[in-house]
Design a protein. Sequence first.
Length: 307
Amino acid sequence: MGGPFTAQAPAKINLSLRVLGKRPDGFHELFGLMAKIGLRDDVRLSPAEAGRDLDELAYEDLLGPPLGGTLALDGGFLGPDNLALRAVRAFRRETGHPGFPVVVCLAKRVPLRAGLGGGSSDAAAVLRILNRRGLVAHGRLAILARDLGGDVPFFLEDGPICWAGGVGERLRPHAGPRPGTHVVLVNPGLQVSTAAAFGRLGLTTGPGSSISLFAEPSFSPSLVPPIGHNDLEEAAMGLHPSLAGVKAIIASVSPAPDSVGLSGSGPTFWALYGGQGLAARAARSLARPGWWVAVAPLLPEDPPEAE
């Protein structure tokens, strides 16, 4: 393997999200617009020390207040089911490479369980590093990514903004908002159960495929969710009523955002601004005890290439 090898792992926001139905496999059929943002983790892979027989996870907590220190309290992040470690095992099963234990080191800036796809992006970065020599065809790598999690295929794509369907594996590039757009991220420090949020929708197995949407030259206006629409938002607010107040504060801040929405099942809200200065002013106005507030370009400034 050599190394160490590194790659960037950008976060994402759901600019829109519609839940079309529940599938026979238990997952939900989704359709919406996903965008990578300029907040990112850095991922590094290197061979483990001689004598080690298991892959290892190391991390640097760069979250900042008030979320700094939360990584050490999350058993899912620290355990063997960490998505980045699972990506190593999936690639090894597919190729036999690397045939020796590795250390996955994550410089974490993206909060956990925040609706920002940090774990999925870390896993995609691991796959890009391991496949830097093209051992696995892109189509097959996308299947490995899909099996790891619905957001992982999106992070394998070069396009920064995509329409996403299926469980997230059907992707179609989208031009997106104008260059220079910045996003203010606000996480009020809650924990929203994604499973519980989907459960509140009360969907039963039945029709609702996004396949036809991707077969059409243009999308039907009645089916394309507008920017800021998220079918999971009301469900998340049902679980945590205080989220409605958080959104109201963001929507009423000065300077006013172009649009506001919830990313995934939350609890992180995003607000779009036409420039960095406007976003920075809004972020200062939104500072609250216990809230994590960050500003980032809507689109990553650098491609997340493996080196």
